[in-house]
Design a protein around this ligand. Structure first.
Ligand code: GDG
Length: 478
């Protein structure tokens, strides 16, 4: 990970809220299962990189260490930082505001102060570990101020930022009391990546309206303190998955046997529907349950024929909106099951757990219909994971237009989850989809996901950063 002259400095630095590892109760570090880790792993190995992030537990103070060929730089967050910066500003202000205020964002000055303070801590750690002229790639909404802070500390760096969640329309964004500071923070990057073309457009519009900077195509002209200007690129780079690793799991005879076992365990219903989400109000789980419950009530699906498996993995449980959502979902599931279950059959198998990847793929293989009904979602990787796992070219994907994945996966059955009548019709269509149509659609979906996998994503982002470096260097020599 060293540059030629200066040991311990990295030429490529990733800065993310979380480190790519978790510490077990035994004190051992383990690679965390998250998508971003898988996404960046090949690139980190190629580049001998460093990764700056929080180790995931409050008040944990550990020295930098090597893990699997990557230099890890842990950032300590106190209990108070976690409450104000992470649960507060990141997940109770920015998250609901950027997901079109599905839940009401809360604006607290104390949370903002903590966000600034913690962003500075990340920026300083990244500045300390980056080699001369290094590339730094900042990840996501918890760290929107880091690009500008880093540029001020280290003007020699090439800085990228990727935004994993939506960027809202200006009419909503403008609610944010610190709307200028956040835009200025992001504009510290040379390349600002978004999931959808619409997100990049919303960002450019906010910049024009708030800061009055010129924007042309993807370029934003940013005035510099010395009176010159530089160009920041704001553009869509839709994230993806390691598609081949899902297909490989789906080919594993043990996973296939497990898929059969899951079906049998549910009493071999004619059709299995599946939802897999973090338990989050953006994912449209309540709307999905409403549509499913009404289909049973209307007699359009036969209770003994169908089971909906809903995995709702525990998430942000200390944030009030999440605790409330869990209560609502569990009440609804209980009501539907109480009405339609028999001693031998359940209509909704609700699972409030996280599962290993093998089990997720077995679930994908067992499911005839995958339901992705997000009210707003940056991308939604689950939709792509289902597609990558269907090596048999079977199954139907019902996908919300409000998930970024809808821009790429046009061969899915697209729905507006607010339109319960439309969603009910589409779920029925998915349940009854003929095999030939499943095959036609699934082949088209798979082609897209395999051609645009996560490696292609990180390569295209880094290529844009390299071009930005070229622009800066030629400007410096002009
Ligand atoms: C954010 C954006 C964007 C879930 N439960 C389990 C489990 N998962 C895995 C899924 C998937 C990942 O977690 C969730 O990714 P999503 O994309 O669906 O959603 P967010 O967590 O909201 O992610 C989103 C993403 O960032 C990337 O940019 O797509 O829009 O909101 O990989 O499979 N994995 C395992 N057990 C579980 O119980 N192993």
């Amino acid at each position: 990970m060293t540059s030629a002259q200066t040991p311990d400095l990295a030429d490529l630095v990733v800065v993310a809220n979380r480190l790519p590892v978790d510490r077990g109760d035994d004190g051992e570090w383990k690679r965390s299962p998250g998508g971003l880790v898988t996404a960046l792993e090949p690139m980190m190995r190629r580049a001998d990189g460093a990764w700056v992030g929080w180790p995931g537990k409050p008040d944990l103070d550990v020295e930098p260490f090597e893990f699997d060929g990557t230099h890890l730089v842990p950032i300590t967050l106190t209990e108070e930082d976690v409450e104000l910066y992470y649960e507060g500003f990141s997940n109770d202000t920015i998250w609901p505001l950027y997901h079109d205020v599905i839940a009401a964002p809360r604006y607290r000055r104390q949370w903002w102060d903590a966000y600034v303070r913690v962003n500075r801590r990340f920026a300083e750690a990244a500045a300390a570990v980056a080699a001369d002229g290094a590339t730094v790639w900042v990840q996501d909404y918890q760290l929107q101020l880091v690009p500008m802070m880093l540029r001020e500390l280290r003007p020699d760096l090439t800085i990228g930022y990727f935004h994993h969640i939506p960027f809202p329309a200006y009419g909503l964004y403008s609610q944010l009391p610190w709307r200028r500071q956040v835009l200025e923070g992001l504009l510290g990057a040379d390349v600002i990546g978004f999931q959808r073309v619409a997100d990049a457009g919303n960002f450019a519009r906010a910049v024009r309206r708030q800061l009055r900077y010129d924007t042309k195509a993807s370029g934003i002209t940013v005035p510099q303190p010395d009176g010159t200007t530089r160009t920041a690129l704001a553009k869509a780079f839709p994230i993806s998955i390691d598609a081949e690793s899902y297909a490989a799991l789906a080919r594993d005879p043990k996973v296939q046997a497990r898929a059969r076992e899951i079906r049998e365990g549910l009493g071999n219903p004619r059709k299995i529907l599946l939802g897999v989400d973090r338990l989050d109000y953006t994912k449209g789980i309540r709307h999905r349950l409403k549509a499913f419950g009404e289909l049973l009530e209307d007699g359009r699906i036969e209770a003994s024929d169908v089971t909906l498996v809903q995995v709702a993995s525990p998430s942000r449980e200390r944030v009030e909106a999440y605790a409330q959502l869990r209560d609502e979902i569990e009440l609804t599931v209980g009501r539907i099951n109480g009405t339609y279950d028999t001693t031998g059959h359940t209509v909704i198998r609700y699972l409030h757990h996280g599962y290993p990847r093998e089990e997720m793929v077995a679930l994908f293989l067992a499911a005839d219909v995958m339901l992705v009904t997000a009210l707003r979602d940056g991308m939604n990787l689950v939709a792509k994971e289902y597609v990558a796992s269907r090596i048999d070219n079977r199954g139907a994907l019902v996908l919300s237009e409000f998930a970024g994945a809808a821009d790429e996966l046009g061969s899915a059955l697209l729905i507006n989850p607010h339109d319960i009548v439309g969603m009910k019709d589409t779920i029925l269509r998915a349940i009854d989809m003929p095999g030939a149509e499943q095959g036609r659609r699934m082949r088209a979906l798979r082609r897209r996901v395999f051609e645009h996998d996560v490696d292609a994503w990180s390569r295209s982002f880094l290529a844009a950063l390299e071009q930005a470096r070229g622009r800066t260097e030629s400007a410096a020599h002009a």
